[in-house]
Design a protein around this ligand. Sequence first.
Ligand code: ZN
Length: 235
Amino acid sequence: MASLKPLLELQRVDTALAQLKHRLATLEERTNLTAATTLLNSFNKELVSVTAQLKVTQQDIESLEIDNKKRESSIAKYLQQLKTIIAPREAEALQHEIAMATAERSANDDKELALLEVAEQFDRQQLELNNQILKQNEVIEQAKRALASAIEQCEQSKLELEAKRITMSAIIDPELIKLYDLKKNKRTTPAVADLHKATCQSCHLDLSTVELSALKKCPEDVIPECPNCDCYLVV
Ligand SMILES: [Zn+2]
């Protein structure tokens, strides 16, 4: 029976490499960075919306102010006219115009006051969002550094494992490695395993006493295989 122990070690390195590949693909640090970026995007989107609303409010305030300037100049004009008018009916008409313009100006003032409050609120929101964006950018920078460091760690482990694999492969019969590769490529569980008592460490099923003793009597030119999952077994 050929010794499969070096091949089992090789399998362990390959398992570690596969786990590393999976870890690299599912790094928590990458998920964190994505979540942080999503949050930043939502802050930016909100900022755009608040800024647009603030602009509209400011434009409304400006229009009211322009309108009030017109009213004021009308009032001033009417007051001037009032000084030169003698006919009571005309004076009455002018006074009516002045009263109307004054009422409109006052209504505009009320609207402006309300809009100023709204604008102030948008201003506060804008400030708050800018702060949040600033902080979130820091969070993202940190997340990027964490991800880069995790990737570097994985790459380092990968290099170490690959070097180990080369050293190990050198002491194993190339024909055996070929057989192992064939078997490995056809399955997701380990292609080589040992037994813990009667349990195959690839499929985790128990072998019967008869199966065990048959395996132990395996001739030199036959590679022992698990009767359940067909993996090579170190017995
Ligand atoms: Zn098995």
